[in-house]
Design a protein around this ligand. Structure first.
Ligand SMILES: C[S@@+](CC[C@H](N)C(=O)[O-])C[C@H]1O[C@@H](n2cnc3c(N)ncnc32)[C@H](O)[C@@H]1O
Length: 286
């Protein structure tokens, strides 16, 4: 089902133009060895962890649960599940486990694996919670992966998927902020296959997998100067700078204006948020 990771370049077509790198998450963009990548992930985690925890608590996570966090990143959710929510066992899976290995413990197991090859992973077992945050949006195989993740659920177990959601002001098509965000989503799509529009289909996909109690929610935390969420977008845009400024893309003055705006007292935006969808594997025992 999944194609092998690519690591090739593709030209813009213009003779002599620099070529845009195409690959997967962690290859073409967001390489784990890039200094500060863990901090970038943590900036978003800091903002969204309270919402994730509240949702997982509401679904009943706690003692007796076996949990899988896929694309676990720096492990803030996996660690909370193991150390505070009291889950019996948590498996934190990522293609890059450099931030996870140091936090492994008796209840927190770390697994290095490529999600696009999940079908060939053996011995994972089944789970009462399978959680993926800001992961499926980046993987073009997201629909097939959703099926595979749903298949890992115990009866009564929950699949919880969170991804980015952008809620643009339709009247603003020209601001540097809007043009930078639009360029970012476009570039992410063209380089690693990110699609945030596709994640709106998650509730229907969860239902199609036979899950019940399907629901979804959207949170858009405030975007204010100096806040971790603002730092996350600033880090992300700076990290993507060469890709954003590739031929046919954004110009440097627009990107710099958008970056300065993020830190200015005049910042006034409904920033991108997080869409969470969940569903439960029916339990014949009730
Ligand atoms: C944006 S980060 C989100 C991290 C974490 N879920 C969170 O919300 O804080 C995406 C994570 O997915 C992981 N990832 C991306 N593609 C992957 C793949 N094919 N297999 C496994 N992990 C992957 C990355 O290494 C990274 O840790």
């Amino acid at each position: 089902m999944a194609s092998a990771p690519q690591d090739h370049t593709t030209g813009s077509g213009a003779p002599g133009a620099p070529e845009a790198v195409v690959g997967r998450y962690g290859e073409a963009l967001f390489r784990p060895e890039h200094q500060g990548e863990g901090d970038r992930i943590d900036h978003a985690a800091l903002v969204y962890d309270p919402f994730t925890r509240a949702r997982l608590r509401d679904l009943g996570v706690g003692p007796g649960w076996r949990c899988l966090d896929v694309g676990a990143g720096t492990g803030t959710v996996a660690r909370w599940l193991a150390e505070e929510a009291g889950a019996d066992e948590v498996v934190a899976l990522d293609r890059d486990t450099s931030h996870l290995v140091p936090i492994a413990g008796p209840r927190l197991r770390v697994r290095a694996a490529d999600l696009t090859r999940l079908a060939s992973e053996t011995g994972l077992g089944t789970f009462d919670l399978v959680h993926a945050r800001f992961v499926l949006m980046h993987l073009p195989e997201r629909r097939a992966l959703l099926t595979q993740l749903a298949d890992l659920l115990n009866p009564g177990g929950y699949l919880v998927l969170s991804d980015a959601a952008d809620v643009p002001d339709p009247a603003d098509t020209q601001s540097a902020y809007r043009r930078t965000l639009d360029a970012m989503w476009r570039t992410l799509g063209e380089t690693i296959g990110t699609d945030i529009a596709a994640v709106r289909a998650h509730p229907h996909a969860l239902r199609a997998e036979g899950l019940d109690a399907v629901a979804a929610e959207l949170v858009c935390p405030p975007l204010t100067p100096g806040a971790p969420l603002t730092a996350f977008w600033s880090d992300t845009w700076q990290r993507m700078r060469p890709a954003l400024l590739a031929p046919g893309g954004l110009d440097a003055a627009t990107l710099d204006e958008a970056l300065a705006y993020l830190e200015s007292p005049g910042l006034a935006e409904l920033g991108p948020g997080m869409l969470t969808a969940w569903g439960r594997r029916p339990d014949p025992r009730g």
